[in-house]
Design a binder for this molecule. Sequence first.
Ligand code: PLP
Length: 360
Amino acid sequence: MANLWRGVIREYADRLNVTDATPVVTLGEGGTPLIPAPALSARTGANVFVKYEGMNPTGSFKDRGMTMAISKAVEHGAKAVICASTGNTSASAAAYATHAGISSVVLVPEGKIAMGKLSQAIAHNASLLQVQGNFDDCLDIARELSANYPVHLVNSVNPDRIDGQKTAAFEIIEQLGKTPDFHFIPVGNAGNYTAYHRGFREFADAGLATHVPRMFGFQAEGSAPIVLGHPVKNPETIASAIRIGNPASWELALSARDDSNGYFGALSDAKILEAHRILSAEVGIFVEPASAISVAGLLERSAAGEIPAGSTVTVTVTGHGLKDPQWALRTDDGSDVQPTVVPVDVAQIADVLGLVKGTA
Ligand SMILES: *Cc1c(COP(=O)(O)O)cnc(C)c1O
């Protein structure tokens, strides 16, 4: 067992708000791959690496924060946790809560959460309620319930979440053996943007990183409050994980941008889907739509001449493609791909594939 990854709390205990008295609730999160992406390097002239957070136990980076939030909740004697969620937080909270033997309540916007995520939360025994409102309404209610009832809030307004999520930045520096020049990341509540900056800043201050990378965050055009400078009442985008009109970590994220000479941009759903296709078909990494916006952002900033050739660029893709797989089948005219049906016949199949007889 000696060399097995032990989850982010045990791996980074000295940098997290835990003590020997903290019961560690872990599913082995973190330690995700940092994958060189030659196809993206070729398109941009930079050296591009993808941090594949879909490889966490419940399929998104939320697990890094949730191991902390649930461990601290259990340390404080909580018997139940609550969260508002666009999907992945609920899947993660439900899994970690049930592992710890406590119960979870999740509030999701009615009809707005991807099937994979809904299935996870239900499978992991959450009390899941669909609220007839949007994510921001769900968060308001979760906050009020946790203030007045015996349920512990595990949304990213809980500082333990951001604390746990910063470990991804530590891993990037350790995996790369140096500090990237730019880091690209999707932005919803902006907790993860804030967390990566914090991780990079901590390593820089400790002399473990040479600098803080420029933090480039991206919101969907129909859901871009930080870029617009005001909340968006009815946020819209196919990227459900970042369909957020009033980010909980807005102020923290602005400080992180300023400290890192960073940037926030907004991109259309069409650009998100284009990046999704590039990641799937050229790099070999399957993500949910929200995750692809960081790649879309890299391609857009590169086209704008903002990424010097030879820069080292890391890109976080936040959640697994199996969470919300339908987008992979969608074609430009809006219909779904229908795989060709063939008879049980070698010659006919070779013909359909355009294969000519002879050995390779
Ligand atoms: C939660 C989530 C985001 C957004 O992260 P924030 O911390 O809310 O900015 C992006 N992508 C996926 C897949 C997520 O689950």
